[in-house]
Every structure is written in structure tokens, then in C-alpha cells.
Design a protein around this ligand. Structure first.
Ligand code: ZN
Length: 265
């Protein structure tokens, strides 16, 4: 007479079957959706982020840079020195910092994040931003993501700036305020516009709603966006916040154009 299988044998068979089913399911998913590097479109070995060669090609911004604009200097002029650009055309915001230069690799990453639903990239991008902007976050009362117009938000389903702000908020312990700024009109895409056109394009496009003015007054705010090109958008946002009584406005972005005249978007 064959002895009945013990409980432990049964449970091990069940667990093996379950494990095999899960493995098969994972394999089917991998075949259907091989993860690609968002910058170069090569298949990825790991689970998300960039491939190793692209990772090493990202150009992180480190000091020395302009204290005001965060534009890297080719040599170290000494502490507190401003760039010619900051002196000739000072922005409304106090300081801007970016994690990386906006180049081909950063562009691939940002486009995947923004237009291909790669929200899984937010944690790593947000962490780099928190590192690049650590002194600004230490002084901040709240993070203010640059808002999308509701029509664009509806089409894209998420505000990429708000997603990045949420990640920074967790690591820096600074709250996110999503409704301090409102986009009053859908501005045409900034892509392909010259510096002066960009400034005109966003002029007066943001305002602080009357019921949120008390949340702005006297506070030190950090604007958050994915890319800074000429700075027209964050400058307009900073003006609106300062007009509503903000004490100080800083800016943290993921990537910034270092030479706006020569960089294709
Ligand atoms: Zn790659």
C-alpha cells in the first residue's frame, strides 16, 4: 500500500507549480515587452533605468558653477562668482541647480519619462535632483512643481514635474504644494522657439490663485521642472510667486541646457 503523500510533500509540489507558473508569466511578459534603454533603445539587462554605457555618458553638473544660474564654469573663478549671463540678465529666481547637462543621453531619458509613460524613471531622476539641489532644499519651505495646463495634463495623464517633486519631497522632507501656481492658458510647446519667443510665449501664463496667496506669502519656495532651456518658464513662475509675496524662489531641474544657442531640443 502506497503511503499518502505527507503535507510537506504536497505543499512543496503546490509551491513548485506556483513558482513555475510565475516564472512562465514573467517570461511571457519579458518576451512581450523587452525593456529598452530609454536613451539608446538597446535592450536592458537589468530592470529599468539606463544601460551601463548610457549611464556613464550622462554628464552630471558639479562645482565650480555660477552661484546664481548653476551653469558650470570651465575653470574655478573662486567662491561666489557669477556668470556673465547672471549679471547681464538676472533672473527673478535666486538660484537654479540641475542634476545633468541636457544632451542626447539626458534628452532620451527625459523623453521616455515624459512621453512614454516611464514613471519608473522618476525615483532615480528625483534622487539626482535632490543631490544637486541639496543646499536649496535645506532652505526650502515647500516644493512647487511647474504646472501643466489641464488639457495637457489630461492628455499626458501625469505632471512629470510633480512626479519628480514627490521623490525629492520624500528624500528631503520638504512638502510639495501642487496648487500654488495655476497655468492660466495652454502655451504652445516651447520646442523650437528662440529665447525671446519663449519668454513671450509664457508671459503671464501662470498665476497664484487668490485663495492660495496666504500659502505663498513669506515662504521660501523651490520650483521643480524636468528641463530648463532658456529659463523663461521658471522665470515667469518665479515672478508670479514673488508678486504673491513669496520670500524667495529657487529652481531645481533634472537637466539644463548649458549653451541655449547650440543645443537642439
Ligand atoms: Zn543606453
Amino acid at each position: 500500500m502506497t503511503p499518502a503523500p505527507s503535507d510537506s510533500v504536497l505543499s512543496s509540489v503546490i509551491s513548485r507549480t506556483g513558482h513555475a507558473a510565475r516564472a512562465a508569466w514573467r517570461l511571457a511578459l519579458d518576451i512581450a515587452l523587452p525593456p529598452l534603454c530609454p536613451a539608446c533603445r538597446e535592450p536592458l539587462g537589468g530592470d529599468g533605468g539606463l544601460c551601463a554605457p548610457c549611464w556613464s555618458k550622462l554628464s552630471f553638473i558639479a562645482p565650480p558653477y555660477c552661484e546664481r544660474l548653476g551653469i558650470p564654469f570651465v575653470y574655478d573663478p573662486g567662491p561666489g562668482i557669477l556668470s556673465m549671463q547672471a549679471i547681464a540678465d538676472p533672473p527673478a529666481y535666486t538660484r537654479a541647480r540641475a542634476a545633468v547637462r541636457y544632451d542626447e543621453v539626458a534628452r532620451g531619458l527625459v523623453h521616455a519619462f515624459k512621453y512614454a509613460d516611464r514613471l519608473d524613471l522618476a525615483p532615480v531622476m528625483g534622487r539626482w535632483m535632490a543631490q544637486a539641489g541639496a543646499p536649496l532644499l535645506a532652505d526650502a519651505d515647500a516644493l512647487v512643481p511647474v504646472p501643466l495646463h489641464w488639457r495637457r495634463l489630461w492628455a499626458r495623464r501625469f505632471n512629470q514635474a510633480a512626479a519628480l517633486a514627490e521623490v525629492m519631497s520624500k528624500s528631503a522632507g520638504v512638502p510639495v504644494e501642487v496648487d500654488l501656481l495655476r497655468r492660466t492658458r495652454a502655451t504652445p510647446q516651447q520646442v523650437g522657439l528662440a529665447r525671446s519667443e519663449r519668454a513671450r510665449n509664457v508671459e503671464g501664463a501662470f498665476r497664484v490663485p487668490a485663495e492660495r496667496r496666504t500659502a505663498v506669502k513669506g515662504r521660501r519656495l523651490v520650483l521643480v521642472d524636468d528641463v530648463l532651456t532658456t529659463g523663461a518658464t521658471v522665470d515667469t513662475c518665479a515672478r508670479a510667486l514673488l508678486r504673491a509675496g513669496a520670500r524667495d524662489v529657487d529652481v531645481i531641474v533634472f537637466a539644463r541646457v548649458v549653451d541655449p544657442s547650440g543645443a537642439p531640443i
